[in-house]
Design a protein around this ligand. Structure first.
Ligand code: DC
Length: 232
């Protein structure tokens, strides 16, 4: 008898997609903590690979060069202490993931099909290991298209620029969004069936409260939902 293939359909993945600085990371982290389940940040995975490519002097403008290089890269993605971690060739790049060079380069590396294929495999494995909240650009559209629990967190360009500035981050968000939305492979998009929340006029608690409400309406597993501390 063949095992049921739930590769793209583990029952409890909550997918949170959206553009840069939309607030989706804060929402995903807070939600995972409210539900007492693991938080997976897939942007960090693309950033980790970008950091390693730059360190190794790879020409990230060349898809062929990036693909040849990444094919032999040792990536170790895990769930640890409630969140995702990634080691590249045994090294932990966390301290370098917001470097200017990584901010500038990540959309180039993320458009390479082999990079995406390798990271999507990691992401699906993590989503099968435990209930998770997973955030990114293509979680609801490509990584777990069959999950029922999909959100797209948006915010106006002005609000996103302001939030970025408040965090002291000088990032080319607009340029990144343009590249992430227009690439051929798994572009940023609103996945079929996703609940779109515009966070421009809402604070974090209000967005998380809406997400929890929607999860309840979608019959998200009650044992997990009951653990959530009510947010107003
Ligand atoms: O979430 P973030 O801003 O840290 O993501 C960094 C970049 O990684 C983003 O500009 C595009 C890419 N990315 C992606 O292509 N797919 C994902 N699931 C997550 C991030």
């Amino acid at each position: 008898m063949t095992e049921p293939d739930n590769t793209t359909n583990p029952p409890t993945v909550v997918a949170i997609d959206g553009p840069a600085a939309s607030g989706k990371s804060s929402v995903a982290r807070r939600l995972a903590s409210a539900l007492a389940i693991d938080y997976v940040n897939t942007g960090e995975m693309y950033r980790a690979v970008t950091w390693a490519a730059l360190r190794d002097g790879v020409d990230i403008g060349s898809e062929t060069a990036v693909a040849a290089w990444v094919a032999t890269l040792d990536l170790d993605c895990r769930l640890k202490d409630g969140r995702s971690t990634i080691l590249v060739e045994g090294e932990d790049p966390s301290a370098r993931l917001s470097d200017d060079a990584v901010n500038r380069g990540v959309s180039w590396v993320a458009r390479v099909p082999l990079v995406r294929q390798l990271l999507v495999e990691c992401q699906r494995r993590l989503g099968r290991e435990a209930p998770v909240v997973m955030e990114g650009r293509d979680i609801g559209s490509v990584v777990f298209p069959d999950t029922r629990f999909k959100f797209y967190i948006d915010a106006s360009e002005e609000v996103r620029a302001r939030r970025r500035e408040a965090q002291g981050i000088t990032d080319t968000v607009t340029m990144r969004d343009r590249m992430d939305s227009s690439r051929k492979n798994a572009p940023l998009m609103v996945a079929d069936g996703a609940c779109v929340i515009d966070s421009s006029e809402l604070d974090l608690d209000q967005v998380v409260a809406r997400v929890l409400q929607q999860l309840a309406a979608w019959n998200y597993p009650a044992d997990l939902l009951q653990r959530a501390t009510p947010v107003t």
